[in-house]
Design a binder for this molecule. Structure first.
Ligand SMILES: [Mg+2]
Length: 246
């Protein structure tokens, strides 16, 4: 089976993703790297939900002409399909993410970049968006080079796996090459996604500006991640070694 749902930092800007099998047959070339894997959701997690990109998405397509109010239709799709975008793709538009003027909205985030650079873990994006959208967001934020790979939704796939379906989590584990017992974290703005992450044995960090009791930890903004999982921060000596000239 050919699976076109993985990419790496080296080809992150390539339009054509590599296949899982093309890498090494097991989904990842990070054999032996036992560091924790930090899975990061992208939309409304790596940037503020105040940008209302999800609303722009819902307002930019033909479903506005549907008799139901947009939000009601979103909820309908969420309930029926587990994910609003799967309903959108199924009935309205195949490239719903691509019409958004992301470059006009999302800007370089040096605070986020600095925080990710201080993390001693493999960092893997895990999104329900499609690959071009995921790449655009990461590029806008200036953090593409810090993301080892992306597990995303392939909208051309029939009933593509997506969070909070456990098949999506299993796919992310396969893509990242996670080993049994390897510690995994998920940062996500969706409570449902965090709940399933916990069921999978991952550490869940709910990133939301509203009150939450979901997951192992809660943060209001991604910049605060290391405050709740300080174990992921590089030790001072490790940082000094990395910048030491040869
Ligand atoms: Mg999200």
């Amino acid at each position: 089976m050919t699976v076109t749902t993985i990419t790496t930092a080296t080809d992150i800007y390539d339009a054509v993703p590599v296949t899982t099998e093309a890498r090494n047959g097991s989904g990842n070339d990070s054999k032996g790297d036992q560091r924790p894997i930090l899975f990061l959701d992208i939309d409304n997690c790596l940037y503020s939900p105040d940008y209302n990109i999800h609303i722009m998405m819902s307002e930019s397509h033909d479903w506005r002409r549907q008799p139901r109010h947009t939000e009601e239709l979103c909820l309908h799709y969420y309930v029926e399909y587990g994910l609003a975008i799967r309903g959108l793709i199924k009935f309205h538009h195949k490239n719903v993410d691509l019409s958004l003027p992301l470059e006009d909205i999302l800007k370089d985030d040096p605070v986020l970049r600095d925080m990710l650079e201080r993390i001693d873990a493999r960092i893997w994006a895990f999104t329900n968006a499609n690959l071009p959208h995921a790449q655009r967001v990461l590029k806008c934020l200036g953090i593409s080079h810090l993301i080892e790979g992306i597990t995303y939704c392939n909208y051309s796939e029939v009933n593509f796996p997506c969070k909070p379906g456990k098949d999506a989590y299993l796919r992310a584990l396969e893509h990242s090459g996670a080993k049994p017992g390897q510690k995994c974290y998920l940062v996500d703005d969706s409570a449902k996604n965090i709940i399933v992450a916990r069921e999978m044995g991952w550490t869940g960090i709910h990133c939301t500006p509203t009150h939450s009791d979901v997951g192992n930890h809660q943060i209001g903004y991604i910049h605060d991640l290391l405050k709740v999982v300080p174990e992921l921060e590089k030790k001072r000596g490790e940082e000094e070694m990395e910048v030491r000239p040869e």
